[in-house]
Design a protein around this ligand. Sequence first.
Ligand code: NDP
Ligand code: GDR
Length: 350
Amino acid sequence: MGKRALITGITGQDGSFLAELLIDKGYEVHGVMRRSSTFTTERIEHLYRDIHEPDARLKLHYGDLTDASSLRRVITLAQPDEVYNLAAQSHVRTSFDQPIYTAETVAIGALNLLEAIRDYRDSTGREIRIYQASSSEMYGNARECPQSESTPFSPRSPYACAKVHAFWQTINYRDAYGLFACNGVLFNHESPRRGETFVSRKITRAATRIKLGLQKTLYLGNLDAKRDWGYAGDYVEAMWLMLQQHDPDDYVVATGQCHSVRDFLNETFAYLDLDWQDHIEVDPRYFRPTEVHELRGDASKARNLLGWKPRLRFRGLVRMMVDHDAKMAEQEKTLVDAGLATTQMSHEWH
Ligand code: NDP
Ligand code: GDR
């Protein structure tokens, strides 16, 4: 019988790529999703089969990281071999507006899950391996660049502080209770499935709409910030590899190259034969009270011990996202021209 995996955050960017990868590898995949007044399953619809069909290998359960009882119930139902904790209020800027909710989901949520897994192991004798989605944001404005597993943390947002809590809880459950628990310290990774309020997708969505006259201006915050941007499809492989090792450990996952938001704008707009300077305005509402200026990861450990390396680089990533969003913009234009849609989007929230 194949392995079973449970993914929290399965409706998010990484959850959808990881579910795809695990189904391809023959896993039965269980996902935790939140109840919402609208459907949030767009990113995993292509993987879903009616659960009555014999080949259905994706099963969804309602649950929430802040509701410990729901996690226990889902673990008992799914009986997973591996759990990937990807659920989070993952937006750094939003974490300044909702610090307590962010901490409840990211910090206490991870602890709820670790406790549920420990109790399940103790009462059934079944081992569950766990992956915790840790983040390069934990380094903040670290003095060292590039950042590696030995770089001290210096978190600069409620989100990053909560991720540091979850990171150390994961290590403590490994040391104290012998759980096979790993932290992947992942640097920014993007894709056409990236949420539209993160800067990469915000740029590719807007630029492709500007190209077709659906939008004139894009408002952004700090253009000088530098990030190590990789491709989400590559990064979920590293998550899986961590749980296939003999011993649990923590790994940085990154490309080792960093670019500024300005570079991202250049690459995107130039590919569309546009000049970004004609369309960008800086709006301080997108500034963060404390900013992380530069992140660049050293993934030597993952390369040497997991045999992992990124396949897609910056230019290829930008072009993949632009090509995808150009199609979306074309579809939107067709609807607008036919009078079936308006061009208004909730840009002030981006
Ligand atoms: P997304 O924001 O795309 O997805 C987050 C997921 O978490 C969604 O499925 C969301 O559900 C779910 N979620 C949010 N709150 C809760 C909750 N209280 N209970 C249960 N589920 C919840 O994030 P990504 O896919 O980009 O990132 C995955 C993980 O990796 C996150 O933990 C993120 O912090 C971390 N990370 C991401 C990096 C990146 O560059 N993408 C880099 C480093 C770490 P819903 O669809 O209902 O909103
Ligand atoms: P980040 O990603 O904060 O690194 O967190 P984001 O794309 O939000 O910001 C990257 C950089 O761009 C600057 N920026 C803007 N950002 C947004 N969102 N909107 C803007 O208009 C804008 N203008 C400039 C930001 O100031 C920042 O410096 C992501 C998330 O996926 C986290 O969950 C994850 O842990 C980290 O990456 C690694």
